[in-house]
Design a binder for this molecule. Structure first.
Ligand code: PSV
Ligand code: MN
Length: 392
């Protein structure tokens, strides 16, 4: 490997082994845009098949032992049985995501809705998700609100904030010891004028107010163009407020593309801040993507690989050399140290790591040559999904 780095190979391999990435159940089913959903042959049709696919990704990568659920998309009658099912497939259930946008009553919001009855309904659903999390053995409830307004004057912005804080305080009080509430922000969409949790600052203020079991979730696709996401990560880490990630890549908006596909350098810069964290294991690394025109499982494996590769490169930063250049005010020298790590070919290191954990050096290739896609197509067929326009 090119470049000198302070960490020895066994430490690098150890750090790589400790990186676990959670995959989302909703990334395995058919998905699309508001224009059309293209059905994918063999895509998962229910929560059990979504867990099966997550388990397959874990078998092929060795680093994805948990799967996130979205409720009610993944709702079942018996969550203990679902937990057993997941464990039999070799995975555990991870973050529980309450869905506060998929009901007609949420037209004007959920926890920030002007009517108390809707706020109560939203809170009840969140509380039910806390109970589900406890039943499936998860320690994370991950909350994203679609709340916001479309027009100036539509609602009172400060009152909406007060409703949000009151709702989250109630939810926080329902958290059992050891369970974390991750608060995800997004600057726009589906609301176009104001969003009630638009940015990391708002999320951080709220988490500070709630207490230590509340932390911020950074979805890499939820920032305006040009935002310095790694600086947000660095600040949240410093303030002990970084709870987790939803990894994906964006080009224009919340595009939900394969993480590291459009801007691998940004992913490296983010992972470099992670590599410096005191306890990276405490950060929930999750993927939040929708694969609209490509196969879901190999896209998920590619995403996992991209995160691992970016992390491997980030671990190669020669920290002592970088610190010394920074102390000396050697602007170009410091930049060159960082770029040296980015330009390191970390694929041989990753291949070695995979040999050690007993998976193929290229898990995407392994998925493809094993004929999994063909088998799943035979078993599941192709399910056509009506798009919003077609069903109207
Ligand atoms: C919203 O865009 C989001 O990032 C939230 O995490 C949701 O839970 C998820 O996407 C739904 O696809
Ligand atoms: Mn997200």
């Amino acid at each position: 490997m090119k470049g000198s780095h302070a960490m020895g190979e066994s430490e690098l391999l150890d750090r790589l082994r400790r990186l676990e990435i959670e995959t989302p159940s909703w990334g395995y089913g058919n998905s699309g845009t508001r224009f059309h959903v293209y059905p994918w042959p063999g895509a998962a049709r229910n929560v059990y098949e979504r867990i099966d696919d997550a388990a397959l990704v874990h078998r092929l990568t060795g680093c994805c032992p948990t799967v996130a659920l979205h409720i009610p998309w993944d709702a079942v009658d018996d969550y203990s049985a679902l937990r057993r099912y997941a464990e039999e497939q070799g995975v555990r259930i991870g973050a529980i995501n309450p869905n506060l946008f998929g009901d007609d009553t949420y037209r004007l919001g959920s926890l920030c809705h002007p009517h108390a009855a809707v706020r109560t309904q939203a809170l009840k659903h969140c509380r039910a998700c806390v109970e589900i999390a406890a039943e499936v053995g998860s320690t994370v409830v991950s909350l994203w609100l679609a709340d916001g307004t479309n027009y100036p004057g539509q609602d009172d912005l400060s009152e909406r904030h007060a409703r949000l804080v009151a709702g989250l305080e109630d939810l926080y009080a329902a958290l059992p010891a050891g369970m974390r509430l991750l608060v995800e922000y997004k600057f726009f969409e589906p609301a176009f004028y104001s969003t009630d949790l638009p940015d990391w600052g708002t999320a951080a203020l709220i988490c500070r107010r709630l207490g230590p079991q509340a932390q911020v979730l950074v979805d890499t696709g939820h920032h305006p163009q040009g935002t310095n996401v790694e600086q947000i990560v660095a600040l949240l880490l410093t303030e002990n407020l970084l709870g987790g990630f939803h990894f994906n890549n964006r080009k224009y908006a919340d595009d939900d593309l394969i993480v590291g596909s459009v801007d691998p350098f940004e992913l490296f810069r983010i992972m470099r801040e992670i590599a410096r964290a005191k306890a990276p294991e405490e950060i929930a690394f999750m993927i939040d993507q929708s694969h609209n025109i490509e196969g879901k499982i190999d896209a998920m494996i590619q995403s996992v690989s991209n995160i691992q590769l970016a992390y491997a490169k980030a671990l190669c930063v020669d920290e002592p050399a970088l610190a010394s250049a920074q102390r000396d005010g050697d602007v170009l020298g410091a930049h060159r140290v960082l770029m040296d790590a980015y330009e390191t070919d970390a694929r041989p290191l990753l291949a070695k790591h995979r040999r050690q954990v007993g998976v193929a050096p290229d898990p995407v290739e392994a998925f493809r040559v094993a004929g999994h896609a063909e088998r799943l197509t035979r078993e599941r067929g192709t399910t056509t999904v009506e798009s919003a326009y077609e069903s109207s």
